[in-house]
Design a protein around this ligand. Structure first.
Ligand SMILES: [Zn+2]
Length: 93
């Protein structure tokens, strides 16, 4: 496709004058006072318009359990790697 008409810089700038991004709109939660996005659930208390939508405590417990499991897995990997290193060193001798 061929551009038919030349756009002046002013025309381009005028068109782009509406392209700026606007900042996110935050409001205070009515229940806990924390800042959260408009028309979204408060992630601090899990409520939307006074109604409990997310069980925040349950989610936190699950997240901590997952983090602990990840830590344990990392430790085990480190142990296995250390063992393999030792075996390699003994084989060299
Ligand atoms: Zn809240």
């Amino acid at each position: 496709m061929v551009v038919h008409m030349r756009h002046t810089r002013a025309h381009t700038a005028n068109r782009r004058s509406h392209h700026a991004l606007k900042g996110a709109r935050f409001v205070a939660c009515k229940d806990c006072g924390a800042q959260h996005l408009m028309h979204r659930v408060c992630l601090q208390c899990g409520k939307y318009r006074g109604r409990l939508v997310i069980d925040v405590l349950k989610k936190k417990v699950k997240a901590t359990k997952k983090a602990e499991a990840r830590k344990d897995a990392k430790k085990e990997v480190a142990k296995v790697e250390a063992k393999e290193k030792k075996e390699k060193e003994t084989k060299k001798k």
